[in-house]
Ligand binder design. Structure first.
Ligand SMILES: C[S@@+](CC[C@H](N)C(=O)[O-])C[C@H]1O[C@@H](n2cnc3c(N)ncnc32)[C@H](O)[C@@H]1O
Length: 207
């Protein structure tokens, strides 16, 4: 069974594609339900509370949990999703909550028209996954004034240089960091090593 130790040990895009291809079938019912995975809801709530509007880009959309959370909170705008892994996007597509889903690597120039007034992400900036090199491609497809709400695992925030990247980043304003728990109480029984993981939600606007 795929678990967080496998996911956090990814070393290449090929590793990522293989892991999430296998995990896609069981991700929602196994991992998300079993760990009481709350991060997508925290990001959605932070985006909504800060006045986020569409169209929104969900980066590393996976099986669509963040868009589902936004819809559950009454978000009416259009949501597009990108992800490296086609099998994860296929699960997201089954939920009928996205306008478009595109296979893309967020560390490279994105094959999108741009003009997004919101950019959200949960669970993608974490151990073995994506680093601050994604900020350039994300900012390039955001409209002036766009609101960003991005979760960054607390364990990689300084270790992967998100702190330095955000502090020195030109073209953003109003940076706030909101610390949240990634999982709920049920996680302790399933995976004690990760149950207490925390993340920072980086909220800021493109100038
Ligand atoms: C932990 S999952 C999070 C999925 C979803 N956002 C959630 O919170 O459940 C991480 C996702 O990031 C995607 N991913 C990893 N590297 C990526 C990259 N370079 N570009 C786009 N997506 C990537 C993976 O395919 C996977 O679906």
């Amino acid at each position: 069974m795929t678990d967080l130790n496998d996911a956090f040990a990814l070393r290449s895009p090929e590793d990522c594609l293989r892991l999430y291809r296998d995990w896609s079938r069981d991700y929602d019912a196994g991992f998300a339900a079993g760990m009481d995975y709350r991060l997508p809801a925290h990001v959605a709530a932070a985006f909504m509370a800060a006045g986020g509007v569409g169209p929104v880009l969900d980066v590393g959309a996976g099986t669509g949990l963040l868009a589902e959370a936004l819809r559950g909170m009454g978000f009416p705008g259009e949501i597009d999703g990108i992800d490296l892994t086609p099998e994860m996007l296929a699960r997201a597509g089954e939920k009928g909550v996205y306008r478009a889903l595109v296979e893309a690597d967020v560390t490279r120039a994105l094959p999108l028209e741009g003009g997004y007034r919101g950019v959200v992400s949960s669970g993608t900036f974490t151990h073995g996954h994506v680093g601050p090199e994604a900020f350039g491609p994300m900012l390039a497809v955001a409209a002036p004034g766009a609101l960003f709400a991005l979760s960054i695992n607390a364990g990689v925030y300084a270790a992967r240089g998100f702190d330095v990247a955000l502090a020195g980043m030109e073209g953003i304003t109003g940076l706030q960091l909101i610390e949240v728990e990634v999982y709920g109480p049920a996680a302790a029984a399933r995976d004690a090593a990760h149950a207490a993981d925390r993340a920072l939600i980086a909220l800021f606007r493109k100038v």
